[in-house]
Design a protein around this ligand. Structure first.
Ligand SMILES: Cc1cc2nc3c(=O)[nH]c(=O)nc-3n(C[C@H](O)[C@H](O)[C@H](O)COP(=O)(O)OP(=O)(O)OC[C@H]3O[C@@H](n4cnc5c(N)ncnc54)[C@H](O)[C@@H]3O)c2cc1C
Length: 371
């Protein structure tokens, strides 16, 4: 009997679990290793903060998905990998041998670049801890009505979080001092120009300060210090600075790119170890794509297919990720910005479109709370 380990319950792996539920793998034990029993869907996280969804509607029950697929669930974190020996060490002390390993563990928020970040920042990942941190932040903002919140990062996630926090607190009659600190001139770098300008004007309308071209170098619990010495009030500092590579692959023997992500071929197979696959943010594709949920979701079906083929010893197929992704950026209320390449739109209808896509995704993977 072969053993396939699924490490991490990310977007691609929930699809693999659904595929295994539809059709089991003969003569193969499948094990899912995940530190958390649920996978919180980042696409709906801002909607939870804004008050549109309960947290249960934003979470997939990994233990249940695994049970339905006949997959053994191990609640632990993978902490070290010996890819030559085919052995995974877990945080609970277990060592699991495998014939095949599939990795979908996402990215981490890098704290090292900012002095004091480990003590004073709330990193967006792991999302489970972030959810608890947001609950404390909301309590703090209610206690001290002028509690300043700084969001470090100017991409989709940072902007969505700023709008969501603003919307939630404004609904309670509060107007906290909110700042978004980005290293580019405009928020939403990489998206359509007219959308970036629209986002900037919406931030201004809500009184959210946009600090352009700024790099935070230190945090002390009350302020964020920029590289030019400017100090921005930050009783809470949310760190949303993009995807960094996890540490543990560095000692695994797997081929990595220069940023520490696992290099995979078009088959999603490691370029150095045939028995290892990776998808989502943790993977470095030969034909690179942005680290985003869209590409992690899209990798699910080809990954499921190639894992099945690998177990059966059949030839693998290549996956060609789409060139562009649709980005739908929630702006707090039931309104969103949408981007497809150079095109950009906004309105209530964009939010309803996003809400429909997100709810359908959750329903597809058995979430009973999404309505
Ligand atoms: C607020 C926010 C909004 C976003 N909005 C969008 C959006 O609108 N569109 C978009 O495309 N992208 C968006 N993103 C980015 C998107 O969340 C990520 O690109 C996506 O989650 C990556 O999916 P993944 O499957 O690679 O990993 P993840 O979704 O991060 O899942 C990884 C899983 O692996 C687990 N794990 C981690 N380490 C280990 C370990 N060592 N051992 C075992 N398990 C482990 C984690 O607990 C988690 O369950 C947003 C991100 C945030 C934070």
């Amino acid at each position: 009997m072969k053993r396939l380990i699924l490490l991490g319950g990310g977007h691609a792996h929930v699809h693999v679990l659904a595929a295994l539920q539809a059709q089991a793998l003969p003569d193969c034990e499948v094990v899912l290793v995940s530190p958390f029993e649920r996978q919180i869907y980042s696409g709906m996280l801002p909607g939870w903060i804004a008050g549109h969804y309960p947290i249960e509607a934003c979470a997939l029950d990994l233990r249940q998905l695994a049970a339905r697929a006949g997959v053994r669930f191990v609640q632990a974190e993978g902490v070290a990998l010996d890819a030559d020996a085919g052995n995974l060490a877990c945080s609970d002390g277990a060592r699991l041998d495998y014939d095949l390993l599939s990795i979908d563990t996402g990215s981490r928020t890098a704290l090292e670049a900012i002095a004091g970040a480990a003590e004073h920042a709330l990193p967006v990942r792991p999302i489970e801890s972030f959810v608890g941190g947001i609950e404390s932040l909301l309590v703090r903002c209610r206690e001290a009505r002028d509690h300043p919140v700084a969001i470090i990062g100017g991409g989709v996630a940072a902007v969505e979080l700023a709008f969501a926090i603003h919307h939630r607190l404004a609904g309670e009659g509060l107007s906290p001092a909110l700042s978004v600190i980005g290293d580019a001139g405009l928020p939403l770098g990489g998206l359509a120009r007219r959308l970036q300008w629209k986002c900037l004007s919406m931030l201004a309308e809500r009184g959210i300060q946009w600090h352009a071209g700024s790099r935070v170098v230190a945090l002390d619990g009350s302020h964020a210090e920029l590289s030019d010495g400017t100090r921005i009030p930050a009783g809470h500092a949310l760190l949303v600075t993009g995807a960094g590579a996890p540490d543990w692959p560095a000692g695994s023997g797997l081929a990595l790119d220069r940023d520490g992500f696992i290099r995979v071929a078009a088959t999603l197979q490691s370029v150095s170890h045939a028995g290892v696959f990776a998808a989502g943010d943790v993977a470095a594709y030969d034909d690179p794509r942005p680290k985003s949920g869209v590409f992690a979701v899209r990798a699910g079906p080809p990954l499921a297919e190639n894992l099945r083929r690998a177990v059966q010893g059949a030839a693998l197929t290549d996956w060609q990720p789409q060139k562009r992704a649709l980005y739908l950026v929630a702006t707090g209320g039931r309104h969103a910005l949408g981007a497809w390449g150079p095109l950009g739109w906004w309105g209530g209808w964009v939010w309803r479109w996003k809400d429909h896509i997100d709810r359908s995704f959750m329903r597809r993977f058995g979430n009973p709370h999404v309505g």
